[in-house]
Ligand binder design. Structure first.
Ligand SMILES: Nc1ncnc2c1ncn2[C@@H]1O[C@H](COP(=O)(O)OP(=O)(O)OP(=O)(O)O)[C@@H](O)[C@H]1O
Length: 607
């Protein structure tokens, strides 16, 4: 279970809370909205014709009721009582023309807002992914993988609607509303005012609704994110779940989260639906006022029948955008909740940062110094306490000690996955914080305990060590680590496709592949973290042979619980509770009869 997940014993169905996804209610953040819209800036040139088309479409839509007024007052029921068919035909022709323009401009607008919207989403997703790749191990220590995944997928998707049509529709509705208000007030100020008298009432009701809607959508996001985090964890841990026959318990927990999610969705959507009736009631009141007051104005001769019909038309067009703006507000709230979570990641600074004056690390010889290193993952719990190690170029170093003694931590600091709290790590006398991370890591090869195989071919997985390696070099590296034979036994040899994490391969085979990958990278410093743990003794002997040739001329750090693998190391460093307790070669440490000797004896006792 991830460290970011906190156990909660009170209720079985609430055993874990994914804390990083808890959000608290915050005021609408205009700055954040502005920041979101900055992603549209590169497309402002493409957006201009879309906006022009949007304005054209709106103006033509507003022109139609004006033509209706004209048709009634001038052609159907003019003041002189003489119906004019030719005039009516001309007006009908004009109307047709307006509809054609409207159709053409709408088609253009919809097509290009979609295209621009997709480009914006593409940029945002790339930016987010690029950024999370830079984030340090500390960031990933705190978060379940599922919650990171949700932000790159669901949260970015939630912005899709906003960018593909939301922004332009918002502008269009505002323009339409503004146009109608002007028309209604200019043609007859009193009647215009009377039909819009219900607008303040509607705003009052909707404002109170808004806050609840915003909170409800935030809640939906949190619940969805928890499901995703749990799902990711369940899939990763499926073998353990099945082995311990915990499917029922897991199902009940999932079911609980799922039903909580459905409830929160229903609540948010019910609140959303409440907007519709508010609009309908205010619209009905507005229409009633229009006909009641309008008929009075007709009787007094202040307006014509055509104007009344025209007003009825405009009023119909008036409530539509208001209704849409209400829905748009919910859409905006969903987008704001998601963008808040996206920006939270984007604003996360890598704890292992690069100095502005960082220079590339020149080609190294491989001397390494850990100079009085103090390190802690969590404040107050030191993992390394004042560790000093001096390694000459080309030396092979073995790190041994009980589990949790700090072996992997030393390696983590050498690769700069973390920075020490105190002290320095030097390579060829250069502080590794002064050089670029890329130049450092490209000269330090590492084979981790958890060998990760990516989805793709065997060849591509080995090539990951050095992307420009030739096929021949790949085969050579595989042969050196004794992986060639098993690869050739696979159905498609080097072209055999393996799935993510390499599930079709055995643990030992996966490790051999990662060996080949590291060899191909040809680093001056090579780290093998428990790398021989899953290899059978026979293979291990072959690997030892290969490694001997390979390690010559390189500095190497080897962590191995199987002490037989490190007995030939130039220097063995014995760690205990984050401190060096013994140091020397195998013979010297055995002679010392201390901790190392104790570890060796303990291991042989089990054989
Ligand atoms: N990501 C982490 N967050 C918090 N504490 C950690 C983290 N990784 C390691 N620790 C703690 O730091 C200490 C040293 O861990 P480290 O992984 O270096 O030990 P190790 O000697 O490599 O152990 P093992 O042989 O089991 O791999 C341990 O107490 C461990 O609990």
């Amino acid at each position: 279970m991830s460290s970011s997940v906190k156990a909660k014993a009170s209720n079985k169905n609430e055993r874990f809370i994914y804390q990083d996804d808890e959000l608290i209610e915050k005021p609408f953040n205009w700055g954040q909205l502005r920041r979101l819209f900055m992603y549209m800036k590169p497309y402002s040139k493409e957006l201009m014709p879309v906006i022009i088309m949007m304005i054209l479409g709106t103006v033509t839509r507003l022109g139609v009721p004006a033509l209706v007024i004209f048709a009634i007052d001038e052609a159907i029921a003019p003041a002189n009582g003489q119906t004019s068919v030719p005039k009516l035909l001309i007006i009908a022709g004009l109307m047709l023309f307006l509809y054609i323009i409207q159709w053409a401009s709408n088609t253009y607008r919809i097509k290009y807002t979609n295209i621009i919207g997709q480009k914006v989403i593409y940029d945002l997703r790339n930016h987010l992914f690029q950024h999370i790749q830079k984030l340090s191990f500390r960031f990933y220590d705190k978060r379940p993988a599922g919650s990171v995944l949700v932000r790159v997928t669901n949260d970015v998707n939630a912005l899709q609607d906003l960018f593909t049509n939301g922004v332009v529709n918002l502008l269009m509705d505002c323009v339409q509303l503004f146009g109608i208000v002007i028309i209604l007030l200019v043609w007859n100020f009193k009647l215009g005012l009377a039909v819009m008298i219900t607008v303040p009432l509607m705003f009052l009701v909707s404002t109170t609704l808004r806050k609840r809607i915003r909170f409800a959508w935030q809640d939906v996001r949190i619940k969805q994110s928890r499901i995703n985090s749990h799902l990711n964890e369940s899939i990763q841990g499926m073998k353990v779940t099945q082995a311990y026959v915990q499917e029922k318990d897991n199902m009940s927990f999932f079911d609980h989260m799922n039903s909580v999610n459905v409830k929160s969705w229903n609540k948010a959507s019910a609140l959303n639906q409440a907007f519709g009736p508010v609009i309908e009631v205010t619209s009905a009141i507005g229409t009633f006022i229009l006909f009641w007051y309008g008929s009075h104005l007709i009787q007094t001769g202040a307006i014509t029948i055509g104007l009344l019909v025209g007003y009825a038309n405009y009023i119909g067009n008036f409530w539509d955008p208001i209704n849409r703006l209400g829905q748009m507000y919910s859409q905006l709230l969903i987008a704001m909740a998601s963008s808040e979570r996206i920006f939270e990641f984007i604003d996360e600074e890598p704890t292992v940062g690069e100095l502005t004056h960082a220079k590339p690390l020149p080609p190294i010889k491989g001397a390494v110094t850990f100079d009085h290193i103090v390190f802690e993952y969590e404040k107050g719990r030191p993992a390394l306490k004042n560790v000093t190690i001096d390694v000459k170029a080309g030396q092979s170093i073995a790190l041994v000690g009980h589990t949790g003694s700090g072996k992997s931590t030393i390696i983590n600091l050498l690769c700069r996955f973390y920075d020490p709290v105190e002290g320095r790590v030097l390579i060829d006398g250069i502080d590794i914080r002064d050089v670029t991370i890329e130049s450092l890591r490209s000269q330090v090869g590492i084979v981790l305990q958890d060998t990760f195989i990516f989805a793709g071919s065997i060849r591509d997985n080995i090539r990951y060590g050095r992307l420009n390696a030739t096929d021949a070099e790949i085969v050579k590296a595989a042969q050196a680590v004794n992986a060639h034979d098993f690869i050739m036994d696979l159905p498609d040899g080097y072209d055999t496709q393996v799935e993510e994490r390499g599930n079709v391969l055995s643990m030992g085979q996966r490790q051999l592949l990662s060996f080949a990958r590291a060899l191909l990278a040809d680093p001056q410093i090579l780290i093998l973290d428990e790398a021989t743990a899953s290899i059978d003794t026979e293979t291990e002997l072959k690997i030892q042979e290969a490694l001997k040739i390979l390690l010559s001329g390189r500095t190497s750090f080897m962590i191995a619980h199987r002490l037989s693998t490190i007995r030939h190391a130039d220097e063995i460093i014995v760690l205990d509770h984050g401190q060096i307790v013994e140091q020397g070669n195998h013979e010297a440490l055995i002679a010392k009869q201390g901790v190392y000797n104790g570890l060796i004896e303990a291991q042989y006792r089990y054989l």
